[in-house]
Design a binder for this molecule. Structure first.
Ligand code: FBP
Length: 550
């Protein structure tokens, strides 16, 4: 019996599309010197060897080299569909330069580099993983690569393996660290290049140069299929309100994209909640009013999408989290303080925060307050995926509606179901878009390496056009940086892209949401398709389409 499904076997044979510019030998065309998006003087001083480098575009031309070299690769942070295709693109790219070239994968994230845990990615191993979801070929991890001793441990193994370049596949934090590593190796003249690759389902690693992070497309399509299925069920039984929390960390890109794809009755957008300075109470009122209006029309059912980071954007809670982050950091080391137990940590927090923040903390349901006080991820982020906002909101809406019922303001029934979609989509088999985009990102990284670049992010743009017309090149990571306060200190970081309220995707949503709230105008997108008409199989996200229409 085969260990693979027929779909897996057929999908393994898919040859991802490459931009024409990357087919055959390429030459690098360099633009003018660049600047960081903010705090130019500080970023320049911190990155003297990698600041100001030009944007690079590849066009057909003479190959830069056909040298023998080895490359290392690291998968960093949360899984995102298409990671294996970045690796296969890189693998095929380095082999096309010289078949003797080798690719090493460091195991379980950046920690594999520091601990010298790696495997060689052989042709047989690579073929097992082409066009599959997941990061399991080498595993991923959240170890933060930021200390000199880690960089020094890294160079030991990179030298031992004769590695010319390291490719780090990660989100904004991991690419920030990739840039710090590139600068360190350049300053020390270690001769190892570092290239970043934009990954995250959250969609928040994007800017003027990066159209989208990989994995966002497949993850949103997977969640939208599930939301569509729920909406069919909901519209069939007409008895439940479904509260659906969607991953995405701070940014609401995933929730917004899913709303554009499925037209739910409600979708909250954290960035708008912050801009309108809404309290938790205001958010509850907003939902309860829509539930009441639908009930008045005889519709005691609906769907409500909730971005995972919502709680962090309610201004009073944001202020509280800011203070919590400072209090939980040891100013002497810049590291998180260590506590013997969760209880000790909570009591330390309570006795060290401002009275107004303590009042907010104590007004929150106990489970939410507890989660806010406890552990951060290694980059200092609140672990929002652990906060059950969907249950919190539906509980509060139920209480509000019960009060309104007594006043005669609510005449219907309210019964809720809860869902959290996150892990369901992070390892989905990549859509054609992500399969092609990721393969191109990896292949393109091999060209950046061959051209001697370091401190660059692999970038593929114009991706709403057919793949043949995509533009390939590299952008200096320093160009995306500014200074931000993290864990109590100012740090150089890649600016996180939140939903822009004057951007085309949000404006489209805002123009239609009242209609979607009242009338039931659900869309049922169905599963991702790999074969069939191009308008079904090769579509990018609605977010990207709307952004490109402007
Ligand atoms: P990255 O930013 O590392 O890509 O991770 C994204 C994400 O899926 C978030 O949406 C989510 O909040 C977080 O990872 C969950 O982290 P973990 O996998 O550690 O539970």
């Amino acid at each position: 019996m085969s260990t693979k499904s027929n779909l897996q076997v057929a999908r393994a044979a898919y040859q991802p599309k490459l931009p024409n510019a990357l087919k055959g030998p390429v030459k690098a065309v360099e633009g003018a010197a660049t600047q960081s998006v903010g705090d130019q003087a500080e970023i320049k001083a911190l990155f003297p060897n990698t600041y100001g480098m030009p944007v690079v575009e590849f066009v057909k031309g003479e190959a830069a080299c056909n040298d023998r070299f080895n490359v290392g690769i690291i998968l960093s942070g949360g899984q995102a569909p298409g990671g294996h295709n970045v690796i296969s693109g890189l693998f095929d790219g380095v082999k096309s330069i010289n078949p003797e070239n080798k690719l090493y994968g460091f195991l379980m994230g950046p920690g594999g580099l520091v601990d010298h845990k790696y495997i060689e990615i052989t042709p047989e191993l690579m073929d097992e993983y082409r066009n599959t979801g997941g990061f399991d070929i080498i595993g991923s991890g959240r170890t933060k690569l930021e200390k000199e001793e880690q960089f020094e441990k890294g160079i030991e193994i990179l030298r031992e393996l004769d590695v010319k370049a390291l490719v780090i596949i990660g989100g904004d934090d991991s690419n920030t660290n990739a840039c710090v590593l590139a600068e360190y190796y350049a300053a020390k003249n270690y001769g190892v290049q570092v290239i970043g690759c934009p990954k995250t389902i959250d969609g928040d690693l994007k800017n003027e140069q990066i159209e989208t992070s990989f994995g966002f497309d497949t993850a949103c399509k997977t969640y939208s299929e599930l939301i569509g299925n729920i909406q069919r069920d909901c519209n069939s039984a007409r008895k439940y309100w479904h509260f659906i929390k969607l991953m995405g960390r701070s940014a609401s890109h995933i929730a917004l994209e899913c709303a554009l794809e499925t037209q739910p009755n409600i979708c909250l957008v954290s960035e708008e909640v912050e801009q309108k300075e809404m309290s938790l109470d205001d958010v509850v009122n907003y939902i309860a009013e829509i539930v009441a209006k639908r009930a008045a029309d005889g519709n005691n059912f609906g769907t409500c999408l909730i971005p995972e980071g919502l709680i962090e954007f309610i201004p009073a809670i944001k202020k509280l989290i800011k203070e919590l982050n400072e209090v939980l950091t040891d100013p002497a080391t810049g590291e998180s303080r260590a506590f013997a137990s969760a209880e000790e940590q909570i009591s330390f927090v309570k006795s060290n925060i401002l009275p107004e923040n303590l009042a907010i903390l104590e007004s929150l349901p106990e489970d939410v307050a507890r989660q806010l006080c406890l552990d951060r991820d290694p980059h200092g982020n609140v672990q929002v995926s652990l906060i059950e906002t969907e249950k919190l909101l539906s509980r509060m809406v139920a209480t509000r509606l019960a009060a309104w019922k007594k006043e005669g303001k609510f005449v219907g029934k309210f019964s809720a179901q809860h869902h959290f979609f996150g892990y369901e989509g992070r390892c989905a088999a990549p859509s054609n878009y992500d399969a092609d985009y990721c393969y191109s990102l990896g292949y393109n990284a091999s060209r950046l390496i061959a051209n001697g670049k370091t401190g660059y992010m692999s970038v593929i743009s114009n991706t709403t056009a057919p793949a043949a017309e995509w533009i390939a090149g590299g952008v200096p990571i320093t160009m995306m940086m500014n200074m931000e306060r993290r864990n109590g200190a100012m740090k150089p970081v890649i600016r996180k892209a939140l939903v822009e309220l004057d951007g085309a995707p949000f404006k489209y949503f805002a123009a239609h949401r009242e209609e979607w709230a009242r009338t039931t105008s659900y869309i049922y997108p169905g599963p991702i398709q790999y074969w069939g008409p191009s308008e079904v199989c090769d579509l990018s996200t609605k977010t990207l389409q709307l952004e490109h229409q402007k």
